[in-house]
Design a protein around this ligand. Structure first.
Ligand SMILES: [Ca+2]
Length: 328
C-alpha cells in the first residue's frame, strides 16, 4: 500500500485521476439500485468516472436484462454485463420490477430497447471481474457492491486463467484500490444486515478471503435510513417524460415499501471521494457466526464505515440523487 509523507495512506484515483468502477448490484428488488446505476451513467457523462462493467448478483436473466435496459436507455450499451449463476436461491424481493425489460407501449411494442441478444451467453460475474481487473492498471479499480457478495466471493476463490495467472485474492490485491459495500451494521444497532445475511456463506468467504491490505468502506443501512425519495417526488422529478425506466417502475409497482436511498451513498463515496462523508476510524471487521459485522479499531486496518449524517446532510445527499433524476 502506498504511503504519503504524513504517514497517511494515499488513495490512488483510478486512471488519469478518474475512478474506474465495477458495479455489483442486485437489480430486480429494491429501486435504490436503479438510482445508483443512473448516477454512475451521469457521473460518467460528466467525466467523473468510468464504469467498466455491471455485475448483476441477483440470479435470473430478467435481472441481467434490467441492466441491459438501463445501459441502453442511458446511452451506454457497450458497458459489459455479467450475471450470477450460483448465487442466493430465491432471495427476498421488496419491489418486484423484474418485468421491466418486458414493459410495453399501448400499441404492444416494447417500451425499452436492449442490445444483448442472448443472455445465456453473458459471462458469470466472477469471470467478468477477472477479465476487467486483469486489463486495468495496478491499484486502480473501485468496486461498488450494492447487493450480495456472491460474485465477489467466487472471484476471491478463483484460480489463474487466460485473463491472469493470479488467483482471485492476488488479482484483487494487485488491481483493486477499494471496495465500497452497501451493508453492515455498526454503532448502536444490533439487527444483522440484510445483504450479508441473505448470502451468508458467500459473505463468510468474502470476509475470510478479502486481502487485509485492500480498503473496504462500508455504507451501513443506518446511513441511508434518513434519506427517503418518496414515490410522488420521483414521479414529479421525471415529469419531462413517461418513457423512463425508473418512472415506469414507480408507475407500475408499489414503491411505498419503506424504500430508502441506501445504495447511492456507496456510489457517491466511490466517485466523489471521502470528503462528503464522515468515516469511522480504521479497523478490522469480523463477520460473526450470527451474521453480525463486528468492528475492531486498528491503526492500519483496511476497514472504515460511513457514519450517519444530520438532516441537512441527508437533504444534500437526496438532492444529489434527485439531480441525476431531474436531468434529461
Ligand atoms: Ca441493492
Amino acid at each position: 500500500m502506498l504511503s504519503g509523507c504524513s504517514g497517511e495512506r494515499v488513495e490512488p484515483l483510478g486512471y488519469q485521476g478518474k475512478p474506474l468502477i465495477i458495479l455489483d448490484t442486485d437489480l430486480g428488488s429494491s429501486t435504490d439500485d436503479l438510482f445508483a446505476l443512473q448516477m454512475l451513467y451521469r457521473y460518467q457523462d460528466q467525466q467523473r468516472c468510468k464504469l467498466l462493467g455491471v455485475v448483476v448478483d441477483r440470479m435470473g436473466k430478467n435481472n441481467a436484462a434490467i441492466a441491459d435496459v438501463m445501459n441502453t436507455y442511458y446511452g451506454h450499451p457497450d458497458i459489459p454485463i455479467a450475471l450470477e449463476r450460483a448465487g442466493v436461491e430465491n432471495p427476498k424481493v421488496w419491489i418486484d420490477y423484474s418485468g421491466l425489460p418486458e414493459y410495453r407501449n399501448p400499441d404492444g411494442t416494447y417500451m425499452f430497447e436492449r442490445v444483448v441478444s442472448d443472455y445465456s451467453a453473458l459471462p458469470d460475474g466472477w469471470k467478468l471481474y477477472r477479465q476487467l481487473l486483469a486489463a486495468q492498471p495496478d491499484h486502480s479499480v473501485s468496486i461498488i457492491s450494492l447487493g450480495f457478495v456472491t460474485s465477489l466471493a467466487q472471484l476471491l476463490k478463483s484460480e489463474g486463467d487466460n485473463f491472469s495467472p493470479l488467483n482471485g485474492v492476488e488479482l484483487v490485491r494487485r488491481k483493486v484500490r477499494c471496495v465500497y459495500v452497501m451493508g453492515g451494521v455498526f454503532g448502536e444497532s444490533v439487527e444483522p444486515d440484510y445483504n450479508f445475511n441473505q448470502a451468508y456463506t458467500f459473505s463468510r468467504d468474502f470476509f475470510r478471503l478479502w486481502p487485509t491490505d485492500v480498503d473496504i468502506v462500508f455504507s451501513p443501512g443506518e446511513v441511508g435510513d434518513g434519506i427517503e425519495y418518496v414515490p410522488e417526488q420521483v414521479i414529479s422529478d421525471i415529469s419531462w417524460t413517461d418513457i423512463h425506466p425508473i418512472k415506469q417502475v414507480y408507475l407500475r409497482c408499489d414503491c411505498n415499501t419503506g424504500q430508502k436511498m441506501w445504495d447511492p451513498l456507496a456510489v457517491i463515496n466511490a466517485v466523489l471521494g471521502n470528503k462528503l462523508f464522515t468515516l469511522s476510524e480504521r479497523g478490522t471487521v469480523q463477520f460473526t457466526a450470527d451474521g453480525e459485522t463486528l468492528f475492531t479499531p486498528k491503526e492500519n486496518g483496511n476497514c472504515r464505515y460511513q457514519i450517519p449524517g444530520d438532516s441537512v446532510w441527508n437533504t444534500s445527499m437526496l438532492w444529489r440523487i434527485r439531480k441525476s433524476t431531474i436531468l434529461q
